[in-house]
Design a protein around this ligand. Structure first.
Ligand code: NAD
Length: 441
């Protein structure tokens, strides 16, 4: 099948490489010239486990190509995926300008019937707008479908190649069969392809992300209660999550969700609910809880070191919004770093893969970047851990204590064992667990 993927970001690149891997002839198009030139030479613009190998293999086999010529991609493809960004607009609604710009471009370039699939996360009713934008430019027949993507950054290749389910929103049976056959190689172990109407498919994606975000904020609320009552949120998590009706995933207390999806999708869902006249209170509370949770490290720093951090050195472990990605969009680390700088403090950060992204897009030379996680601790008054990267989980705690000038550790992901922190003599704050305060401080 000849396929065009328009928008070659986290989603478009994985989708394009994944579909090429099952034998399709795929072109990935993007307006970012530098990105496309790099990809033609096999340079992968993002960190995503397994993606480099997948792209190289399919590029080498000639099944995957890259272009900045979007109209050419439209002319040579039977199926077109729109995978451009849908960032939040000023009122929180999903900004559809890129999606609709691509739709118009598809309409102008079409020279026959096409299937156009919105892969981008878009509010209910967008497929109709996409169809209208295309049909305003052409008389050729177009079938617009919704196929939301559920991949997780950090495990994107695996998620795309072995999805829990594929959701296909269609309004034409033959097109449904064609798309089903495109996805059958990915669900050979029996996971489901769910064919549904377009509006239901569009809502499914937001409902899934909103539910996951709700679990996180709910658990952070419970963690706040645990903290106040001297209880342990990790024990409560185990007790709650072992109920079959609830399950253990997405119940970890922490310094809040970030990334390119949950924050903007919760906002967009709130907007859609309000516009529809439905009370959005549950999701408004989810968002407010998350914003407050992201400020947890700053609250501890304020209490422990005061609000003037001049002369203080704060070490940061982990910048990306979660492990196994270099994506820093809406990462809780952004709040801490900017807060420390505003208070006059120095920041020295380490992240296994996101430091380049941090320097380029966020902090430039306003902070220091350490070569390894121990170097970040040299002379530091405090350590704030934001991302539960594996190498941070069981470090040499004695060495950490010796390298640091101060004794304060804020563990935003509850990865350090409390008993160890007591033994080594750290002042230790985590989420929903009793703080550790050494006797002499
Ligand atoms: P991204 O910002 O990484 O990539 C978007 C790409 O689209 C960029 O490379 C940009 O240059 C390109 N683009 C913009 N306008 C264009 C145009 N007119 N023509 C061609 N290319 C254009 O975004 P992403 O993270 O891949 O997300 C894309 C969509 O997928 C969003 O709607 C997002 O909500 C959704 N989604 C993302 C994830 C995720 O984990 N990142 C998961 C599921 C769904």
């Amino acid at each position: 099948m000849k396929i065009g993927v328009i928008g070659t970001g986290y989603v478009g690149l994985v989708v394009g490489a994944g579909l090429a891997h099952t034998g399709n002839d795929v072109v990935c198009a993007d307006i970012d010239d530098e990105k496309i030139q790099g990809l033609k030479e096999g340079k992968i613009p993002i960190y995503e486990p397994g993606l480099e190998e997948l792209v190289h293999e399919n590029l080498g086999a000639g099944r995957l190509t890259f272009t900045t010529d979007v109209p050419a991609a439209v002319r040579r493809s039977r199926i077109l995926f729109i995978a451009v960004g849908t960032p939040p607009g000023e009122d929180g609604s999903a900004d559809l300008q890129h999606v609709l710009a691509v739709a118009r471009e598809i309409g102008r370039a079409m020279d026959g019937e096409r299937i156009v699939i919105t892969k981008s996360t878009v509010p209910v009713g967008t497929a109709r707008k996409v169809r209208e934008a295309i049909q305003a430019e052409t008389d050729h027949r177009v079938h617009v479908c919704s196929n939301p993507e559920f991949l997780k950054e950090g495990a994107a290749v695996d998620d795309f190649m072995k999805p829990d389910r594929v959701v296909l929103g269609v309004d034409n049976e033959a097109v449904g069969r064609e798309l089903q056959s495109l996805y059958e190689p990915f669900v050979r172990t029996g996971n489901q392809i769910l064919l549904m109407d377009i509006a239901s498919a569009e809502i499914t994606k937001y409902a899934a992300n909103a539910m996951l975000a709700t679990r996180i904020s709910f658990m952070n609320m419970i963690a706040g209660l645990c903290q106040a009552a001297g209880a342990d949120a990790d024990q409560v998590r185990l007790g709650v999550g072992s109920d079959d009706r609830i399950g253990p995933s997405f119940l970890f207390p922490g310094i809040g969700y970030g990334g390119s999806c949950f924050p903007k999708d919760v906002k967009a869902m709130v907007r859609t609910l309000r516009d529809t006249g439905i009370d959005a209170g549950i999701l408004e509370a989810v968002e407010a809880m998350n914003e407050s949770q992201k400020r947890f490290p700053l609250r501890i720093l304020d209490q422990a070191l005061g609000t003037d951090l001049s002369g203080r050195r704060i070490a940061i472990w982990g910048l990306s919004f979660k492990p196994n990605t270099d994506d820093m969009r809406e990462a809780p680390s952004l709040v801490t770093v900017e807060g420390v700088l505003e208070r006059g403090g120095e920041v020295v950060a380490h992240d296994p893969v996101a430091m380049e992204e941090a320097r380029r897009l966020h902090f430039g030379d306003r902070i220091e970047y350490a070569e390894n996680n121990y170097q970040a601790l040299e002379g530091a008054d405090a350590l704030v851990l934001h991302t539960e990267w594996h190498p941070y989980r069981r470090p040499d705690f004695q060495r950490m204590r010796q390298l640091m000038r101060g004794d304060l550790v804020v563990d935003g992901r509850n990865i350090f064992p409390v008993q160890k922190m007591v033994e080594v003599g750290f002042r230790y704050h985590s989420i929903g667990r009793p703080p550790v305060i050494p006797a002499e401080s």
